[in-house]
Design a protein around this ligand. Structure first.
Ligand SMILES: Nc1ncnc2c1ncn2[C@@H]1O[C@H](COP(=O)(O)OP(=O)(O)OP(=O)(O)O)[C@@H](O)[C@H]1O
Ligand SMILES: [Mg+2]
Length: 591
């Protein structure tokens, strides 16, 4: 399955993107030097073996000199041993380097992506980022490890072998050079066709399991309509088609084997025949012919290796291109060159001044317009308005997930665009509409509010958020795994975890997006009590959906179409503002 995913990834048009691998590789200069050293030694030893063979034949066999035979056998064996040893060393070092480099790339990409702003994620789908992190890095891994190792070895063997071929016998080398493509080209072409067939074959197998999955999940429907015979026939047809595709692949493979063997042995026989004639004519010695054949074998097998690697290298280049795209991405929201700073704990004064904002993906419509609002330290302000009014947008701007199209936002009289976004966000606690829990224990989930907090502090925060009671009776108390996305908790429990997190963070500014989903009376009371604790002693902006909340706050801001329509208390607005009166009636059930 993942094999298929990786062969579906587009290839690069050129190999240039592979250059971006270099900075990652050169970090491990010593390993690289050792690897290249072993590569050279192994290649030299390999290229020396045929020479030993030649002298063995010419000076040993032909001269019937046992001493010489022994000496050259020893040489041959020594070369073989050195080759084996350094080939293994080269393999180890290069593969190590490949794994290390890919691990570094994965980390670098993740570290980059996790710092990107929302605009980036609107353009790049999360699934695409994930497949770059997994499939593309795996593609790079396959070549940067064993791939490069094989490629380097084969290239050296190819070049070295060619040179030695020409030195041994220029005329015979000429014929061989014509012969090699004649042997390899058909093999490459048929090989490519076979890959396509094996992809189709995988698809057909996937079809059959898809069909089986569909019916097995609907057993009762199948049986109640007595569709067993029909479904059995459908499945049998899918299996048959998968079998037929496999047979086509096998047939092509068989043809490839015949063609390859016939071509290789014909070429070999031809060279041998021509070589033997040259030996008889006294143009070359028997040893030279042996040497020549061995080099020809090196050249031929290296060329085959390289050609089969070619597609993989292209795919890796494509993968590297996509990875470096991520590596070079720069968040559009970042710290200015010379950032101002807030005091360690901000006062919590907030001022929206004539803020104007368009979402980058919707440049024609104003999400916020002439939005001016001043909030004193410690004040609690509610924002209400119909769906799409721009309430959540105002939060995102205060957190500086986007830059403004006009106007400015001040926190403690400092323009937030002059701050490092991380410093700004440290001062702000967000309790979102939908609580996001991570696949960890209750303890760790709350600790996200302040990662350095002690277990005691976490429990204290949970008590204040009215979460302690329900956490204690979970199967393993605070160590209970909350499941992916916290699916093992109720809505109200999730909210209290989020509130505990914010209490633990204890920020001077709190942004609260009340959940729209209604809770039962008891959870509602618990959540409200927890929120009251949380809002104390800090500036709070709350997007309100509940009557209890709006009745408690200092001021209510009524928003509509990105603008502020009215500001006042609940009683004032119920009497003086039609939109608010209508909202109050619909949303809060207050008549
Ligand atoms: N990422 C985005 N890209 C483009 N437009 C957006 C984006 N997010 C929100 N909008 C648009 O901006 C406007 C204000 O959205 P916002 O989320 O602030 O509404 P809201 O008042 O929070 O509504 P609700 O009560 O439904 O949460 C809407 O018209 C919405 O379609
Ligand atoms: Mg919203």
């Amino acid at each position: 399955m993942s094999d298929q995913a990786s062969s579906d990834r587009p290839r690069a048009k050129s190999l240039k993107p592979l250059r971006t691998l270099w900075p990652f590789i050169i970090t491990y200069k010593q390993v690289l030097l050792l690897a290249v050293g072993s590569l050279l030694v192994a290649s030299l030893a390999m290229l020396a073996m045929p020479v030993a063979l030649r002298y063995l034949i010419d000076n040993g066999f032909i001269a019937h000199d046992l001493g010489t035979v022994n000496r050259y056998f020893a040489w041959f064996l020594a070369a073989a041993l050195i080759f084996s040893l350094f080939a293994a060393l080269r393999y180890y070092l290069v593969t190590w380097l490949g794994e290390r480099v890919v691990a570094d790339i994965r980390n670098a990409v993740y570290a980059k992506v996790i710092r990107m702003d929302p605009v980036f994620f609107e353009v790049t789908r999360t699934g695409e980022v994930l497949s770059r992190l997994t499939t593309d890095t795996t593609l790079v891994q396959s070549i940067s490890g064993s791939g490069i190792s094989i490629a380097l070895r084969s290239s050296l063997a190819l070049v070295g072998g060619l040179i030695m071929l020409i030195l041994t016998s220029p005329r015979l080398a000429g014929y061989t050079l014509v012969g090699i493509p004649v042997v390899i080209l058909p093999v490459i072409i048929v090989g490519r066709y076979i890959r396509k067939l094996s992809r189709q074959s995988q698809d057909r197998v996937a079809d059959t399991s898809g069909l089986a999955g569909e019916t097995l999940n609907a057993m009762q429907t199948v049986q109640s309509f007595t569709l067993e015979d029909l479904q059995t026939r459908r499945y049998a047809e899918a299996v048959k088609s998968s079998f037929l595709t496999a047979v086509r692949r096998i047939r092509m493979n068989a043809i490839l084997i015949v063609v390859a063997f016939v071509l290789v042995f014909c070429a070999l026989t031809l060279i041998l025949w021509m070589g033997s004639r040259a030996v008889m004519a006294g143009e070359m010695s028997g040893g030279q012919l042996g040497q020549f054949l061995m080099y020809a074998y090196f050249v031929g097998s290296s060329a085959t290796m390289l050609s089969s690697l070619w597609g993989e290298i292209q795919r890796a280049a494509g993968a590297m291109e996509r990875l470096s795209e991520l590596l070079q991405a720069e968040p559009s929201i970042k710290a200015p060159a010379d950032p101002e700073s807030l005091r360690a704990r901000a006062e919590g004064q907030i001022c929206f001044s004539k803020v104007e904002f368009r979402y980058p993906s919707r440049p024609d419509s104003l999400a916020l317009a002439e939005f001016s609002l001043e909030i004193k330290p410690g004040e609690t302000v509610a924002i209400v308005g119909p769906s799409g009014a721009g309430k959540s947008t105002s939060f995102q701007l205060l957190l500086r997930f986007y830059d403004l199209s006009g106007g400015k936002i001040l926190v403690d009289d400092t323009d937030i665009s002059h701050l490092n976004p991380r410093e700004l966000r440290r001062q702000i606690g967000l309790v979102p509409q939908e609580t996001v829990l991570f696949g960890e224990s209750a303890m760790e989930n709350i600790r996200y509010g302040r990662p350095e907090a002690s277990d005691e502090e976490v429990k204290q925060a949970a008590v204040m958020a009215a979460a302690d009671d329900f956490i204690r009776i979970l199967p393993e108390g605070y160590d209970t795994f909350l499941g992916e996305r916290g699916t093992r908790l109720s809505g109200g429990q999730r909210q209290r975890i989020a509130i505990a997190r914010a209490i633990l963070k204890d920020p001077p500014i709190l942004l609260l997006d009340e959940a729209t989903s209604s809770l039962d009376a008891e959870s509602e009371r618990l959540v409200q009590a927890a929120l009251e604790v949380l809002m104390k002693n800090r500036t709070t902006l709350v997007i309100a959906h509940r009557l209890a909340t709006v009745k408690k706050v200092d001021r209510i801001v009524v928003m509509n179409h990105g603008r502020i329509e009215a500001v006042g208390t609940h009683d004032e607005l119920t009497r003086g503002n039609d939109l608010y009166a209508r909202l109050a009636e619909l949303q809060f059930g207050d008549i």
